[in-house]
Design a protein around this ligand. Structure first.
Ligand code: C2E
Ligand code: CA
Ligand code: CA
Ligand code: CA
Length: 272
């Protein structure tokens, strides 16, 4: 549909490719879901590798469909980013995540933290820090319980803005985690240049270290470097006991992955 002057629409869908029509359809569905809050948050446990206790959860967004299926972020986050819908969507995620953790805290889980993924556009939005403050205030969640996960590319693309946001979050006592660590190029220097409180070893590294001694060495030294810089380390995508043991031996304190639990709705945690 092509917009003309005066807000009138001229439909000529026959001229529109099937792909473009599908994209428009998906965009409208996504916009409706953002407005109607038709999303669901899943939570995946993060586990202390020594005590095997849950110490936190990562929030992973899901989009339930009318046919009962559930869409993974890979299927809609890119579109949400292209269309800027990620900003209101991300704010909703932040609010819901803080409220849910505060609910769990009142039920006795006082040691848990909640980790929330943040897209570049959200992070760079002028009112992002205000959004974080609001989510904390509205939920009553202590700022020390919130961890924001960002990726390296987000920080590299606009380092000055990123550093300002990091400083503002630090002043609030909110933690920032460098996600998917180990897959880019300038990772190690990012650790020194920016003050992250946590890094998450990408699951490809966790998998490789179990099959290749050189990766084990790389991971062990990364963890000891992180420790010297005061940065905590979470191993991602832990699927096997062997990976868990290797990570522990390399000094990694926290693990996350199918070995400890799949992402699940909040209601699934009541049964634990
Ligand atoms: P991520 O932040 O790296 O999240 C971890 C992904 O690995 C999740 O995929 C999770 O389900 C999956 N995973 C966890 N344990 C294992 C394991 O042991 N093995 C394997 N093979 N996979 C495991 P998911 O839920 O499909 O999310 C994909 C990505 O979408 C996330 O990657 C994150 O970058 C993004 N995402 C998820 N939720 C949000 C959100 O609320 N906002 C934004 N901006 N991005 C989100
Ligand atoms: Ca993440
Ligand atoms: Ca990750
Ligand atoms: Ca990722």
């Amino acid at each position: 549909a092509k917009q003309q002057g005066g807000g009138r629409f001229c439909f000529h869908t026959e001229a529109m490719s099937a792909a473009a029509a599908e994209k428009l359809h998906r965009h409208i569905a996504l916009e409706n879901a953002v407005q109607g809050q038709g999303f669901e948050l899943y939570y995946q446990p993060q586990v202390d590798l020594r005590s095997q206790q849950v110490i936190g959860v990562e929030v992973l967004l899901r989009w339930p469909q009318p046919d009962g299926s559930v869409q993974l972020p890979g299927a809609f986050i890119p579109l949400a980013e292209q269309s800027k819908l990620i900003v209101p969507l991300g704010e909703w995620v932040l609010q819901q995540a803080c409220a849910q953790l505060q609910r769990w805290r009142t039920q006795g889980q006082l040691t848990w933290k909640v980790s929330v993924n943040v897209s570049a556009q959200q992070w760079m939005a002028p009112d992002f820090v205000r959004q974080v403050k609001d989510a904390l205030q509205q939920s009553g969640l202590p700022p020390e319980c919130l961890v924001l996960e960002v990726t390296e590319s987000q920080v590299i693309s606009r380092p000055t803005v990123a550093r300002g946001v990091l400083a503002a979050l630090q002043a609030l006592a909110v933690e920032v985690s460098l996600d998917d660590f180990g897959m880019g190029y300038a990772n190690l220097s990012q650790l020194a240049l920016m003050s992250f409180q946590q890094l998450k070893l990408d699951r490809s590294l966790v998998a490789l270290m179990a099959t290749d001694r050189r990766y084990e060495t790389l991971v062990r030294h990364t963890i000891s470097l992180a420790r010297e810089l005061g940065v905590s380390v979470v191993g991602e995508g832990v699927e096997t006991l062997q990976q868990q043991e290797l990570l522990t031996r390399c000094g990694c304190a926290v693990g996350q992955g199918f070995l400890f639990g799949q992402p699940a709705p909040a209601s699934a945690y009541l049964a634990r």
